[in-house]
Design a protein around this ligand. Structure first.
Ligand code: 5AD
Ligand code: SF4
Length: 448
């Protein structure tokens, strides 16, 4: 979601005459796009701002803007920071070019956030965001051939630990014709893979005439677009609604990738209740079984929070059990970080000591690594189709690159990362690769 916002803001500013620079020292403007999901992310922003304050001593004309969730959460408090000129929430990003111009011309601090974030966004706000999104959501310059398209904004779920509903506001689904139109334009520019985005993307719902569109309808319509070869979507909330329809379109359409990111967060029913997640661990595992029955070979990924308020050793063991049974391709695992304003922060104590959270995260990561390693091994000696992203940032041992045959990285339809040597001209294209070695998170191969 944040990457997409960064791409949109970058395109909008280029359109307004700005150009990108890699170095802070050269920049007239520094924009920091922020996330508030965990405290650690916010602390990093504050440390960047401390650094910028220092730079601004010798360059007082430099304009510094904070955009995104932290801007919405802290608002004028953030504007008081010596280094900060602009604070702009996620709903206000269409105003970013104007805010910058004002900051340059008048040398004033500017605040643009939503006052009553829990209220539904107005039609005018939605239309403004829609225009901005359709105008600038056309290319991801970072990865050739791939693009992210927002299906919905915000979230209505109010999981007890989560700040998202308080910084991104209530759920708003984009009109299906706007989404499909955008994907067609992306396809005409050579985009091959589109990932539909939403905090709970599987609950996408839009009433149009007599028909209510769900995510399965979007995927189905997008499958008909010539040039688009792979469709993915993240993130799904464990829910029965539309689940069969979505699995059906995944099974039926060769373009819809067999990949499902569906966080469980915990394996303890007591903790799931405290988190305000509306399912039990047993029900969740049954849902995964349904997915596997409908789509054989589907790769499933999860998220977990360890050390949530009141989590005992037994609760944690239930999480380890669930993780093992779920057989995830990979899991994103986080230590619970209390967020101001959430119900968990207001009503529950952060009972689990830091060192216990640390022990639990290490144990859960190790359990996941074992599973990932086993699942990866199935790929040994197999041929896979990779959408190549470009040069591999990490240089991996055992595969030496050369200038005309560097180490490339890409992903397969089920989201596994593949590293292999090949010409740079493959970036943005599909390649056939034979897997010769595996590790828990990466497959290594040879170009066929
Ligand atoms: N502390 C730790 N992890 C969190 N997440 C969301 N809120 C918190 C929090 N307060 C995790 C969840 C979610 C992912 C995006 O971030 O696992 O799925
Ligand atoms: Fe946060 Fe829960 Fe919404 Fe996900 S579903 S964004 S965890 S409130």
């Amino acid at each position: 979601m944040n990457k997409l916002d960064t791409a949109l803001v970058t395109s909008a500013l280029q359109d307004a005459g700005f150009s990108l620079t890699e170095s802070v020292k050269e920049a007239d403007v520094v924009l920091i796009n922020t996330c508030s999901v965990r405290e650690h992310a916010e602390q990093r922003v504050l440390s960047h701002l401390g650094h910028l304050k220092h730079i601004k001593k010798s360059r007082p004309d430099m304009v510094v803007g904070v955009i995104g969730c932290m801007a919405q959460r802290l608002g004028d408090k953030l504007l008081e920071h010596e280094a900060v000129n602009i604070v702009c929430g996620p709903t206000q990003i269409p105003q970013i070019a104007d805010l910058l111009k004002q900051a340059f011309e008048k040398n004033e601090k500017r605040l643009a956030v939503t006052e009553k974030i829990l209220q539904k966004t107005t039609d005018i706000q939605n239309q403004t965001l829609e225009r901005f999104e359709s105008a600038y959501g056309i290319e991801d310059k970072q990865i050739p051939s791939q693009a992210f398209v927002r299906a919905m904004r915000g979230c209505n779920n109010f999981c007890a630990y989560c700040i998202v509903p308080y910084v991104r506001g209530p759920e708003v689904c984009r009109p299906p014709e706007a989404i499909i139109e955008q994907i067609k334009r992306l396809a005409s520019k050579g985009i091959k893979q589109v990932t539909l985005l939403g905090q709970t993307v599987n609950s996408y719902k839009y009433k149009k005439g007599r028909k209510t569109w769900c995510l399965a309808d979007l995927l189905d319509a997008a499958s008909d677009i010539e040039g688009i070869e792979w469709l993915k979507f993240v993130t799904s909330y464990p829910s029965e609604e539309f689940f069969n329809e979505i699995m059906q379109v995944m099974a039926d359409s060769p373009k819809v990738c067999n990949y499902l990111h569906i966080p469980a967060q915990s394996g303890s029913d007591k903790i799931l209740r405290a988190m305000n997640r509306h399912y039990s661990s047993r029900w969740y595992l049954e849902l995964l079984a349904k997915a596997r029955a409908a789509v054989p070979g589907i790769a499933i990924a999860g998220d977990f929070i360890v050390g949530f308020s009141g989590e005992t050793e037994d609760d944690f063991e239930a999480t380890v059990e669930l993780l093992k049974k779920a057989q995830y391709k990979n899991s994103f695992i986080f230590k619970y970080s209390p967020r101001p304003g959430t119900t968990a922060d207001k009503r529950l104590e952060d009972t689990v000591p830091a060192e216990v959270k640390q022990k639990r995260i290490a144990k859960l990561l190790a359990a996941q690594e074992k599973i990932s390693d086993q699942l990866s091994r199935d790929f040994l000696d197999k041929e896979v189709k990779v959408l190549v992203e470009g040069l591999s940032k990490k240089s991996h041992r055992n595969i030496a690159g050369s200038p005309d045959n560097p180490q490339l990285v890409g992903r397969i339809a089920t989201d596994y990362i593949v590293v292999f040597n090949g010409p740079m001209s493959l970036a943005g294209r599909f390649a056939k690769v034979k897997i010769i070695k595996t590790s828990p998170l990466t497959l290594f191969g040879e170009l066929i």
